[in-house]
Design a protein around this ligand. Structure first.
Ligand code: C2O
Ligand code: CU
Ligand code: CU
Length: 495
């Protein structure tokens, strides 16, 4: 496919000028930039535990040389520091909003009290500081934080309000895994972006950007365009975070080398899973370990969704929604001529106590749908076009009240022509089945987001414990941010 056809395929606003370098489909010589590693933030210890000082601010960054892009960031120009948390610690975040607009900060995947969750109700006004506290109480893993402002999440995340969270515990301490941050334990926050000719980010330009979610034509990794990373050790652990607004990534290596999947959204899988590719939708995470003993350069790429993938767009939408069908580079990897040896991977990583469907007191059925064509353009209410059980998100409606200390099954059905990554706050869940078929090894661990393909029905089981608050809700929603912002979200309390 030519670049022009590709750009047409993702629905580019006519008249926008595209920067010559580094579009997804571009090949040939490009200037590589050293992969940025966000600084780690460990918190300041006091008698009350650890406190982390975060400041949402505006900035600017030269992603493309010679052009300044106005950005948002946390403690920096674009994105935020990597927060290091430890199970058992009492933590407090002091989040100051130095923006001219309201924001919120949500700890995606963390098990926290509803008031500390940073959802759309925990608004931080300009100039204000929000100081949630909680005890870190869940297994080690890779999580992230991001703005969750109602109707504005997509735009604020796009401009930069997100960062990664690394959580450690006694299990992760004891495993012989690469864990030297920035050396052999590497965060990879992957995003796609579109730029205007003046360097500014191009957010929603047309109707299609909302319908399919916003697709960009440049890939940023930790905010670096055309990144290159140099392994100095035989084994490298990559913490993959799909932080795109809408694009699904199919991670693979251009030389088809395999890699070991060691963790999914909520932490370690029980045993490493050998993969040659891995599909992550927006907000999904995975930790992988890759062997560079051969010192051969290679490229981490994204492949088109496999033909016949349950996550492919169908019907009349298929022709206009081709963004997940492209192949492009994510990260160039050029190992040192000699790499230091790393210990062999442990054969077992963790034990995941299985939730028993017989313990579930209810099954909740949720159907995801979207209005198409003229119906969508007219919308309903404020123009919502995306629904769960035919309702758009309403801050005044608590959709479900869950009883504390119970187990529930949620059955998510997708009644639309494109895949939606369904995410729920409060806890990690375990997937029971996808159209009746139990999950493959790469989906059998702890998850907080699950891809639900067109026509599919996915069931997961989840336990609601530790926190209750009848007055403050948790969210569940599609993690394509333009869908979330336009109705595909609901609220539940645990009481
Ligand atoms: Cu990553 Cu409700 O969010
Ligand atoms: Cu979340
Ligand atoms: Cu969606």
């Amino acid at each position: 496919m030519t670049r022009r056809a590709f750009l047409k395929g993702v629905g580019v606003v006519s008249g926008a000028i595209f920067l010559p370098q580094a579009t997804l489909a571009a090949t040939g010589s490009r200037t590589l930039n050293r992969l940025e590693i966000p600084e780690r933030l460990d918190g300041i210890r006091s008698a009350n535990g650890l406190s982390y000082v975060l400041r949402a601010q505006t900035g600017s960054k030269e992603f493309v040389s010679g052009l300044n892009t106005p950005t948002l960031g946390i403690n920096r120009d674009y994105l935020g520091p990597t927060l290091f948390l430890r199970r058992g610690d009492d933590v407090q975040f002091n989040v100051t909003n130095a923006l001219a607009e309201p924001t919120t900060l949500h700890w995606h995947g963390l098990h926290v009290p509803a008031k500390a969750d940073g959802g759309p109700a925990q608004i931080i006004k300009p100039g204000a500081t929000w100081a949630p506290q909680f005890t870190v109480n869940q297994p080690a893993g890779t999580f992230w934080y991001h703005s969750h402002l109602l109707h504005k999440t997509g735009e604020q995340v796009y401009r930069g309000l997100t960062g990664m969270i690394v959580l450690e515990d006694e299990v992760s301490d004891a495993l012989a895994l690469p864990k030297d941050y920035g050396i052999d334990d590497i965060p990879l926050t992957v995003q796609d972006r579109r730029f205007n000719s003046d360097g500014s980010f191009d957010y929603i330009g047309m109707h299609r950007d909302v319908m399919t979610g916003l697709f960009g034509d440049h890939i940023l990794v930790n905010g670096t365009l055309n990144p290159v990373f140099t392994p100095t050790t035989q084994r490298v652990r990559f913490r993959l975070l799909n932080a795109a607004n809408a694009r699904t990534l199919t991670f693979a290596f251009d030389d088809q080398r395999d890699f070991q999947l060691i963790a999914t959204d909520g932490g370690f899988v029980e045993r490493p899973v050998t993969c040659t590719s891995l599909v992550l939708a927006p907000s999904e995470r995975a930790e992988i370990v890759v062997d560079f003993a051969d010192s051969k350069p290679c490229t981490l790429i994204s492949l088109p969704l496999e033909s016949g993938s349950p996550f492919a767009t169908t019907g009349m939408m298929a022709r206009m929604h081709t963004g997940n069908n492209e192949r492009f580079d994510i990260l160039r990897i050029e190992p040192s001529a000699t790499v230091s040896s790393s210990p062999a991977l442990p054969s077992t990583l963790a034990t995941i106590p299985r939730l028993d469907p017989a313990d579930a007191i209810t099954t909740r059925r949720l159907t995801l749908s979207m209005a198409m064509g003229m119906g969508m353009m007219r919308g309903r209410g404020r123009g919502e076009s995306f629904f769960i059980n035919d309702q758009a998100m309403d801050m005044n409606v608590i959709n479900y009240r869950v009883k504390k200390d119970t187990t529930e099954i949620w059955e998510i059905h997708n009644d639309s022509m494109m895949m939606h990554p369904f995410h729920i706050h409060h806890s990690q869940f375990q997937i029971l089945d996808r159209d009746g078929v139990p999950p493959a090894a790469h989906e059998a661990g702890l998850k907080d987001t699950v891809k639900v393909g067109p026509g599919e029905t996915v069931r997961f089981i989840m336990r609601f414990e530790n926190y209750s608050d009848p007055n403050t809700a948790y969210m569940y929603h599609c993690h394509i941010l333009e869908h979330e912002d336009n109705g595909m979200m609901g609220q539940f309390t645990v009481e």
